[in-house]
Design a protein around this ligand. Structure first.
Ligand code: FDP
Length: 344
């Protein structure tokens, strides 16, 4: 009798994972599953282009005509268009909105309208492109609130609590796709040899003992007293705890991802002593809300310094908010410092 084959490690592709999740919802039509799969496909496409970014120097710089006679597009425009075009005709979406555009992105009239809404930041941390450092894509999916017909601005302006799925792709030393549909946060790594995202980080939980704080401390002089004291507390200069190490990539996705896996806090506060960024820099609907949903699923928390990011009702598409995200205890401590020093 032949010997039984040795047990192989279970390989779970992103498609299988999404389908398994769908099985828990007998009422599901599969539209969300397909939508996520298309977003993952856009991620693979963007990843393949990011690795060629530096070659613009010899193949033609952006906005130039390349040797095939095509205009070489900037990577952020390319990412933006890829996501839109892969999703505009599928009948799954009512409307989209992208950080790259002022207003909502209607579904072209010749295509059917669907029940979901997609908001995305196509290339987060894009100033890193020129330096071969980490960049990413962030997205959020909601159900439309309007009845039918073309989706509306109000469909896009929903509090994070209504989100159905949040996720990001990170283009670093490998490409990863991390998402949640409210049943844990799961990470997949792109196996470039087969072109598939494989489950490598099931059910991510932020380690309870944090390692890092991530912020652009070059702006410290602009911050409120509360944020300055808080930063000193994180460094171990105030209070009696050991300080954390600092890490700042300057791409939100990169900083968030590292703290998600290692424990820590990322924050981008408002400027108090400088008028240029009274609400911080980061965008509520494209960046902060989706990462807040993922953090919450991983046992963490995100705040604007006073309230849960997921509770904020957006009033405009490009609204900015101060942002603190990571280990719950660290984010709550930021809120406490703000309450103590900045409440007058
Ligand atoms: P970028 O301007 O390179 O696109 O949201 C934009 C963002 O990057 C974040 O990814 C990043 O965390 C932040 O801005 C960096 O801003 P600072 O350069 O002001 O630190």
């Amino acid at each position: 009798m032949s010997k039984p084959l040795p047990e192989q490690p279970k390989i779970i592709t992103i498609e299988r994972h999404i389908l398994d999740e769908q099985r828990g919802h007998p009422e599901a039509t599969g539209a969300l599953t397909s939508l996520l799969y298309d977003i993952a496909l856009a991620g693979k496409f963007i990843a393949s282009r990011t690795t060629r970014a530096g070659l613009a120097e010899i193949l033609g710089s952006t906005e130039d005509i390349n040797i095939q006679g095509e205009t070489v597009m900037k990577l952020d425009q390319l990412a933006d268009q890829s996501i839109f075009r892969l999703n505009d005709h599928t009948g799954r979406l009512a409307v989209m909105a992208s950080e790259e555009h002022e207003g909502i992105l209607p579904i072209p009239a010749q295509f059917p309208s669907g029940k979901y809404v997609l908001l995305y930041d196509p290339l987060d941390g894009s100033s890193n492109i020129d330096y071969n450092a980490t960049i990413g894509t962030i997205f959020a999916i909601y159900r439309r609130t309007s009845e039918d017909g073309p989706g509306t601005l109000d469909d896009c302006l929903q509090p994070g609590r209504n989100m159905v799925v949040a996720g990001y792709m990170i283009y670093g030393s490998s490409t990863m796709f991390v998402y949640t549909s409210g049943h844990g946060a799961h990470g997949f790594t792109l196996d470039t040899s087969i072109g598939e995202f494989l489950l490598t980080h099931p059910n991510i939980q932020i380690p309870t003992r944090p390692k890092y704080y991530s912020t652009n401390q070059g702006y410290e002089r602009y911050w409120s007293n509360g944020i300055q004291h808080y930063t000193h507390w994180l460094q171990g200069k105030e209070g009696d705890q050991k300080g954390l190490s600092a890490r700042y990539i300057g791409a939100l996705v990169g900083d968030f991802h590292r703290n998600l896996l290692s424990g820590g806090i990322f924050y981008y506060p408002a400027d108090t002593h400088e008028p240029s960024k009274p609400h911080g820099k980061l965008r509520l609907v494209y960046e902060c809300a989706p990462l807040a949903f993922i953090a919450a699923q991983a046992g963490g928390y995100a705040s604007d310094g006073r309230q849960d990011i997921l509770d904020i009702q957006p009033v405009s598409l490009h609204q900015r908010t101060p942002f603190f995200v990571g280990n719950t205890s660290l984010v709550q401590m930021a809120e406490e410092f703000i309450r103590k020093f900045d409440s007058q």
